[in-house]
Design a protein around this ligand. Structure first.
Ligand SMILES: NC(=O)c1ccc[n+]([C@@H]2O[C@H](COP(=O)([O-])OP(=O)(O)OC[C@H]3O[C@@H](n4cnc5c(N)ncnc54)[C@H](O)[C@@H]3O)[C@@H](O)[C@H]2O)c1
Length: 278
């Protein structure tokens, strides 16, 4: 099997890695050479950590040797599965899906890792909409057990069955959602992150105490502000923008404190600072 992953950021490199760990050949495409360099470093250090913990037996270099990298969408070629993990902007996703469509076979699966954009909309950019599906992985991909499978009105049963088998091959579990803004996970998560940011903005408490409340009082493994930093504040804002637009509900409106952090380049863990410093 050959899998192409488009976008080598937080999610794309994790997706490429988990397929390579299962012996699959992967092409990882990102239009920014620096992103490819960073992705290779991230995957190497993740694989070394997994090896130290005894979670993988193979040499990390052998796993990495299955991943070929490219820096142009025009380098895409025939694959059994394409998964796009480019930024959460419909126009960027459109470009990626059209490029995939120009080389996909009539039986190739085309999946989007979108957190919030309509799968019906994205499938309209694909030459074979019946093969198009949402495959929403969670961060960090090598660790998180869930994939949310999202079907559009045109996703075929055959595609759904193939994607369920893919998730099982990766030793992960799936849930199936219809195409509704935020699917299951972000529809529930985003209002929580939003309220935590508003509580901070309104001076109700410190960031540490807001996070501590949810960790020790509600048994969440991470506090909501810590989690937003982990997801990426730009990604969080983009998801909220889509949900706010789609639902028209203030529960999803990105708070000023979030916008200001993103506008000043503080994107969370990946940039070294967000609500916290790393
Ligand atoms: N971060 C999370 O926790 C998370 C979780 C689940 C799903 N997602 C979704 O995954 C997708 C990617 O998010 P991310 O956090 O990995 O973002 P990211 O910003 O870390 O990575 C996106 C990558 O895409 C690359 N890129 C931009 N334009 C491109 C193009 N035209 N062709 C190829 N590559 C291009 C960028 O260089 C970057 O490396 C989004 O749809 C997001 O909603 C994110």
């Amino acid at each position: 099997m050959k899998v192409s992953v488009i976008g080598a950021g937080t999610m794309g490199n994790g997706i490429a890695q988990v397929f390579a760990q299962k012996g699959t050949d992967v092409i990882l495409v990102d239009t920014f050479p620096d992103a490819i360099k960073k992705a290779l470093e991230t995957m190497k250090s993740s694989l070394e950590k997994l090896q130290r913990k005894g979670a993988i037996r193979e040499d990390p270099n052998i796993v990495l040797s299955r991943i070929k990298t490219e820096t142009s969408l025009s380098a895409l070629s025939e694959s059994d599965v394409y998964i796009e993990a480019v930024p959460e902007k419909p126009e960027i996703k459109k470009t990626a899906i059209e490029a995939i469509s120009s080389v996909a076979r009539p039986d190739s699966i085309v999946a989007s890792n979108t957190s919030s954009i309509s799968i019906n909309l994205l499938s309209s950019y694909c030459k074979f909409p019946q093969n198009f599906v949402g495959m929403h992985f969670f961060n960090p991909v090598p660790v998180m057990k869930l994939v949310e499978i999202v079907k559009s009105n045109r996703t075929s049963e055959e595609t759904l069955n193939k994607v369920m088998s893919l998730v099982t091959l990766l030793d992960k579990q799936y849930v199936v959602s219809s195409d509704y803004p935020g699917f299951i996970s972000n529809r529930i998560l985003m209002p929580l992150l939003n309220e935590a940011m508003l509580a901070l903005e309104q001076g109700i408490s410190t960031k540490e105490d807001i996070d501590k409340t949810m960790k020790l009082g509600m048994n969440h493994p991470m506090g909501p502000l810590e989690l937003a930093d982990f997801i990426g504040l730009d990604v969080t804002r983009d998801i909220m923008e889509v949900l706010y637009r789609e639902f028209g509900d203030h529960r999803y409106k990105p708070p000023i404190i979030l916008r200001n952090l993103v506008n000043s380049g503080k994107l969370g863990r990946k940039s070294g600072e967000g609500f916290y410093k790393y």
